[in-house]
Design a protein around this ligand. Sequence first.
Ligand code: CAA
Length: 384
Amino acid sequence: MLFKLTGEQRMIQTMAREFSRKVVAATAVERDRTKEFPAENLKQMGELGLMGMMIPFEYEGSGADTVSYVLALSEIAYSCASTAVVMSVHNSIVCESIYRWGNDTQKDKYLKSLAAGSKIGAFALTEPEAGSDPVKQITSAVRDGDEYVLNGVKRFITTGQNAGLVIVTAVTDEAKRHRGISAFLVNKGTPGFKVGHTEDKLGLRASDTTDLLFEDCRIPASDLLGAEGDGFKIAMTALDCGRIGIAAQSIGVATAAFDAAVKYAKSRAQFGQKISKFQALRFMLADMATEIEAARQLMFSAAATKDRGENFTLQASMAKLYASEMVNRVTAKALQMHGGYGFTKDYPVERYYRDARVFTIYEGTSEIQRVVISNSILKDKRKP
Ligand code: CAA
C-alpha cells in the first residue's frame, strides 16, 4: 500500500472491521428487507467512539484524524451501506459543521450528545426545486425579536425521520443570493417542524430519506449557526467533508462486492472447472482490484490533505467522483460474475449493486464533481 497507516489508524480500522463484520453484518440483509433504522447499531457505534470521530476529547469526541475516520466508515459500509450513510452525514457534515462554525455555547450544547451517538444529526439543504443548485432554495427564515421563523420544504433528507437535530439552511436575505443564505440548528419536536413524505428507495433502504416541513417554525436566534449569510459557505464546506465520506462508503461497498465475487469464482464450477480459471473472469477481478486501490489512494489523498489543514475541495471531489463511479462498475461486474444467482437475493451482490447506485448522485452528482474539478483546474469558474 502506497499510503502508510500509523499504528493508531490501523487499530481504529481493526476495531471498526470487527464490529462491522460481527454486529452490523448480522442484521444488514434483514434491515434491507424491512427498512428498519439501525438504531441499535448506531447506539453501539456511539459507545465505540464512531459517532464523533473527528470531534476533540473536550466535546467527548474521539479526537481521531480524517484518515482514521474514512477507514472506519469504509468498514461499516462493507457490511451495511444504510448504516454507513447515517454515520457519514452525522460525522462529516453535522458534527464537523458544528465544531467548525458553532460558538462555544452551541458546541457545548450539541456536540456531546452527537458524539455519544445518543442524538443523530441530519443536514437539510436540498429542496424540491433546488438540488444541484442550492442557491435557488426558497425556505425562508425571518427574524422576529429573539427568534427566527422558518417556512419551507426540504427534500431527500438523510435521517429526516430519525434525527434529533437538523442543520437547516434558509434564505434570510433574498437579494444577496448565496450570501443571503443562513444555517440553523433545529431540534426535533420544535413546534412547526414536521417530517413529511418518506421515500421508498432502490437502495440504502434502512436509511430513511424524507421531506422536512417547516410551517411558522420558531427557533431561538441563538441557534443560528455561524453568522447570518454564512449558510451557503457552511453547506459547501460541509459537503467537501461529506464527499470524502461518500468515497469511503463507495470503497467499503466495492470491497464487499469484490470479496463476494472472489469467493463465488473460487467455488462455482462450469465446463468442468472452477470459473476462476477462466481468463475473462480473472481479468474482471484484476480490473476490479485495481480500481478499488486507485479509489482508496484518492480517498487517502483527500483525507490526508484535510488533516494537514490544507484546502481539500479538489481532492474531495476527485475522490468522490472516481470512487462512486468505480463502485457502480465493480458491483455490476460482481453481479455479472454470479450469473443468474447474482440477480437473486440468495447472494449479497444485488444489494451492493442497488446500494451503490445513489453514490454518483447524492452529496453532488458526478456532473457537479466535474464542475468543481474543472473550475479548480482552470481557475475561471464556469456555471454548471
Ligand atoms: N468551500 C467553501 N466555500 C465555497 C466552496 C467550498 N468548497 N465552494 C463554493 N464556495 C463559496 C465560494 O467561495 C463563493 O463564496 P463568495 O462569493 O462569498 O466568495 C460561494 O460559495 C459561491 O460559489 P460558487 O459561485 O462557485 O457557487 P455556485 O452557485 O456556482 O455552485 C456548486 C457551486 C459546486 C455547483 C454547488 O452549488 C454545489 O456543490 N452543488 C451541489 C449541491 C450538492 O452537493 N447537494 C447535495 C445535497 S446534500 C446531500 O446529499 C446530503 C445527504 O443527505 C446525503
